[in-house]
Design a protein around this ligand. Structure first.
Ligand code: SF4
Ligand code: SF4
Length: 443
């Protein structure tokens, strides 16, 4: 492996703390991922990506910056990658799945803040996140109260924070607010990059991100087979890498693994034996390296067949409608040039982008019946024997919503286990006992 010490030093990382983090990450990856049996060969790509997640990928981003491209970091799936790409910027996920510098963090945030928010602060205060330090713009969003207020404090720690407002209700007014915010974001990104978004650049960006999501949809479909051709841990990893990797390379790698999984299904070859109890995981997003609960589930005799999560199907499930491209085609051909100009085409695409993102059923929305329907639909489609609902401790939106989730699943006779946990390992033994008891009852 190359030596990236100078690059990390140039980014201002705390080298000692960063080494410690990489050690912990490497060991966890070995114990949780590399110890799995019957992994598809295509996972070799993701193993490589993870081994280089703070190395080669960061070098690529630094090289892009040297060529004038800007890097935008985001904490939420509501930030549209299409707009970043269309303005010649790269979007990377910044959510963090590990505790770091907790004592320092608690000088900024109350103790009873969810691990995800604390972790974002810990990675900043501990100076261990090369993605955050490479970013030319960091986008926060007004989703839950915790994040909304935390960005006020984060703004005192970083100079390039941009905060996006988001609706809380799925009304026409809510959609108009989202579209307005996407226009405001577009202008901010154009200002950052000095690149004006055109109909053609937005079209290409939509196609790139749609292709990436389609590849993940293909992977999800294949998990409907029994035996499941891939473990939930490996599928989660692909969903996590979605936020970091070069989009075209990611699409190609996921499609390649899907070719292999199709062959496995034909040969009735699974990551686990047939009839292994199937679990749908639902709830808060799981950022790298938050693998605790999936690891507990899959070492307790079950396989995870879907994630109703922002790092999973909630985040990826819909595509931007491409039918608008016909208009662009006609305009470009000169057939329709006088009747529709580039601004109108862009506006139609902004509508299509807004429509797509407006369907994301995060628990911050009220009411949020769509999410309840979607969980039932996923449990049925993926033939799950049970649902494990995962909330991070102190996450009001998902903890509150776990009660109606439980109820709607009970009405459909789908067994449910509600888990509340954090990033620590202290409760691993107790969680394992509860998960094992739940899985035994499914069999
Ligand atoms: S759970 Fe909500 S706030 Fe978190 S990433 Fe998803 S949409 Fe954004
Ligand atoms: S896990 Fe919950 S509390 Fe934490 S950032 Fe997400 S929605 Fe907010």
């Amino acid at each position: 492996m190359s030596d990236y010490t100078q690059m990390w030093r140039d980014l201002g990382l705390n080298l000692e703390a960063h080494d410690m983090l990489l050690n912990v990450l490497g060991n966890a990856y070995k114990d949780i991922y590399l110890s799995q049996k019957n992994r598809p060969e295509g996972m070799g790509y993701f193993d490589f990506v993870m081994s280089e997640v703070h190395g080669l990928r960061i070098k690529e981003l630094i090289d892009e910056k040297a060529q004038g491209r800007k890097i935008i970091g985001s904490y939420c799936v509501f930030v549209p990658e299409e707009i970043a790409l269309a303005a010649n910027a790269t979007l990377v996920g910044l959510c963090s799945g590990a505790d770091f510098a907790i004592e320092e963090v608690e000088k900024y945030l109350p103790r009873n803040t969810c691990s995800l928010i604390k972790s974002a602060f810990g990675f900043k205060l501990g100076k261990v996140c090369p993605y955050l330090e490479s970013a030319d713009m960091v986008v926060g969003e007004n989703t839950c109260d915790g994040k909304k207020k935390a960005y006020e404090s984060l703004g005192s720690l970083i100079t390039n924070l941009y905060v996006m407002d988001l609706p809380q209700m799925k009304s026409e007014q809510g959609k108009a607010l989202l579209k307005g915010e996407y226009y405001r974001f577009k202008e901010a990104v154009e200002k950052l990059t000095g690149v004006k978004i055109t109909g053609t650049s937005l079209k290409n960006a939509i196609k790139t991100v749609n292709a990436k999501r389609s590849a993940i949809h293909r992977l999800s479909e294949l998990r409907k087979a029994d035996p499941s051709p891939i473990s939930g841990l490996d599928a989660l990893l692909a969903n996590q890498v979605f936020f970091y990797d070069n989009p075209a390379r990611f699409t190609e790698s996921v499609n390649k693994i899907c070719d292999e999984l199709e062959k496995r299904i034909q040969d009735k070859q699974g990551a686990v034996p047939a009839k292994t109890p199937r679990i749908l995981l639902s709830g808060c997003p799981m950022a790298v390296p938050n693998w605790k609960l999936p690891w507990i589930i899959e070492t307790s005799g079950a396989v995870i067949v879907g994630e109703e999560s922002c790092v999973g199907e909630r985040g990826t499930r819909n595509l931007v409608d491409e039918s608008i491209f016909n208009l662009l085609h006609n305009a470009g051909d000169g057939v329709n040039e006088s009747s529709i100009d580039d601004n109108q085409i862009i506006d139609k695409m902004m509508d299509a982008i807004t429509d797509r993102y407006f369907k994301v059923d995060c628990a911050i929305f009220t009411p949020n019946q769509e999410r309840l329907n979607h969980i039932v639909e996923m449990a049925q489609n993926y033939k799950a024997d049970g649902v494990i609902h995962y909330s991070l401790q102190f996450c009001q939106p998902y903890i509150m919503e776990s009660i109606p989730v439980d109820k709607v699943l009970e009405d459909k006779n789908i067994p449910t286990l509600r888990i509340e946990t954090d990033y620590g390992m202290e409760d691993a033994g107790q969680l394992k006992t509860r998960v094992q008891a739940f899985i035994e009852q499914l069999g």
